[in-house]
Design a protein around this ligand. Structure first.
Ligand code: HEM
Length: 498
């Protein structure tokens, strides 16, 4: 063989006792974060964990991450691990997050990015954002009425972001019980997938027999999704067929002009059965893609909002400076007293606040796992075909060699003269922080996620003064859920500004 095939695997412990117990099986890479931090200190910036016969490799160095993910070499690391359970549970791999790098992934990703999240399409959803702004502020006002600062604003963030994505996905403004029904079904499904699928992932042949009951549960949860989604999907089919154009903005209207589902109804994939022909997506595939859309953007964005608002509570001077910028840039003649989307590009400090939040508190401390499509070389080590590779997102943003006072919240660092000025979160030329990942698998929703964070933070700061409530001091302790959330949820005192 050549030099590459003789190179060593990245170092690591010979085995990890932790993996013998259920902790590992229960959740994701995030569960092993503390262990990984100890291993990096001991072995250096790239380590291997052996889990049975599987290899899981973790990279904490941003230069190695850039070499592995960006540029021509990144192709080899753009697949996803195959979940053995997919076939067993009848879960399709034809969704953006799960598909391997290839024709199907490219079609589905391009459909989302250019037909739904492209700036020209994003504008079509402005009435949706304005409506959700109202939903969010109403919820916060309700919470604010509670005495003793017992207002868990995270709940309001989560619900509003879910509302927004439901509206963008199905083009339908649903009432709260209908949104809650979908939210509950999705949460049950996500919990199921994260808690149970990993069991199958690691031990497919044994578990097939042991976990019959779980397979039934999965089927039931999928049916629940289908029963909720299909009427909404069929309604868009009907609208499409009749060529009816629906009015979009007036307050009474609940049906919007554009939706993600509309684009999915047009997508065609290569037909596996007849070479050279194409087919439309099946209902099950559309349901799975809708589910992915709702889940990819809800917890990530609401977690981001929570950390950013917590920092604004803890740093009143930053909040005051942001508030001043908002007032100066806003259109004061607008009687809704809202910060409009048009004003956002005139707010560099707002952008800096969001970036500083994502640097210090990236919602995901890891990216989704990547899989080596062939033997490859990273930092002089051999990554064998089939190994999974992940990256220490939070570590990179908090690297003291790269950032001055990394654990301080200093948005000014992203302005002229700061150590973060001109930072490119896509990491094309080099990685300084990677809250959305980098390379071919970079977050498909990056632009809309930034817009949502900017728009809702600006409007929440315009509406209220966010202060610490006695007995509910802000703590930056972390807790790992689907994303890394605040261990003690933010419970601020909201003082309406007039
Ligand atoms: C603050 C909000 C968000 C953060 C921090 C975030 C972060 C991420 C990260 C870290 C990845 C994995 C990258 C990798 O595997 O290398 C990802 C993937 C993805 N995100 Fe986001 N995301 C956010 C919001 C959204 C939104 C709003 C949407 C869509 C509505 C979205 C859609 C996706 C999709 C489809 C993928 C899979 C991309 C692929 O596998 O090709 N995300 N995101």
């Amino acid at each position: 063989g050549n030099n590459k095939s003789r190179a060593r695997l990245p170092p690591g412990p010979p085995w990890v006792p932790l993996f013998g117990n259920l902790l590992w099986l229960r959740n994701s890479a995030a569960d092993v974060e503390p262990l990984l931090l100890r291993l990096f200190a001991r072995y250096g910036p790239i380590v291997t964990l052996r889990i049975g016969s599987r290899l899981a490799i973790f990279v904490s160095d941003r230069r190695l991450a850039h070499a592995a993910l960006v540029g021509p070499g990144g192709v080899a690391l753009s697949d996803r691990p195959r979940a053995a359970a997919s076939a067993l549970l009848g879960v399709t791999d034809n969704i953006i997050t799960r598909a391997d790098y290839g024709a199907t992934w490219r079609l589905l990703r391009r459909n989302l990015v250019s037909e739904t999240l492209h700036p020209s399409r994003v504008r079509l959803f402005a009435p949706a954002r304005a409506w959700v702004r109202k939903v969010l502020l109403d919820k916060l006002r309700e919470e604010g009425k509670e005495e003793g600062g017992n207002n868990n604003v995270m709940e309001a963030f989560q619900y509003s972001m879910f509302c927004l994505l439901v509206l963008m996905c199905f083009g339908e403004r649903l009432d709260e019980p209908a949104v809650r029904a979908i939210e509950d079904a999705e949460r049950a499904w996500l919990l199921y997938i994260s808690r149970q699928m990993t069991v199958f992932f690691f031990l497919p042949s044994v578990t097939r027999h042991l976990f019959r009951g779980r397979i039934d549960t999965a089927r039931a949860l999928q049916k629940r999704q289908r029963d909720l989604f299909l009427p909404l999907i069929n309604k868009r089919r009907q609208i499409k067929k009749s060529g009816q154009v629906v009015a979009t903005t007036s307050d009474g209207d609940t049906t919007f002009q554009h939706s993600y589902v509309d684009t999915l109804l047009d997508v065609t994939l290569p037909d596996e059965k007849v070479t050279g022909t194409t087919r439309h997506l099946t209902d099950d595939e559309i349901v799975a893609l809708c589910s992915e859309f709702l889940n990819a953007g809800t917890d990530t964005t609401s977690t981001g909002l929570q950390w950013i608002m917590a920092e604004l509570v803890k740093n009143p001077a930053v909040q005051a400076k942001l508030r001043a910028e908002i007032d100066a840039a806003s259109d004061t003649t607008n009687d809704n007293n809202e910060v409009t989307e048009e004003a956002i590009p005139r707010m560099p400090y707002l952008k800096a606040v969001i970036l500083e939040g994502l640097r210090k508190h990236p919602p995901g401390h890891f990216v989704l796992p990547h899989r080596a499509a062939q033997d490859m070389d990273v930092g002089g080590y051999r990554i064998p075909k089939g190994a999974t590779v992940n990256f220490m997102v939070a570590e990179m943003g908090r690297d003291a060699e790269e950032w001055a006072r990394p654990m301080a919240f200093e948005p000014d660092r992203f302005l002229e003269g700061g150590d973060g000025v001109g930072v490119d979160v896509t990491g094309t030329k080099g990685i300084r922080m990677m809250p959305f990942g980098v390379g071919r698998r970079i977050c498909a929703g990056l632009n809309i996620a930034m817009l949502h964070l900017e728009y809702f933070v600006a409007n929440m700061v315009r509406e209220f003064e966010w202060t610490e409530a006695p007995g509910h001091e802000v703590s930056f302790e972390e807790k790992r859920e689907f994303t890394t959330v605040m261990k003690h949820p933010l419970r601020p005192r909201l003082v309406p500004r007039t």
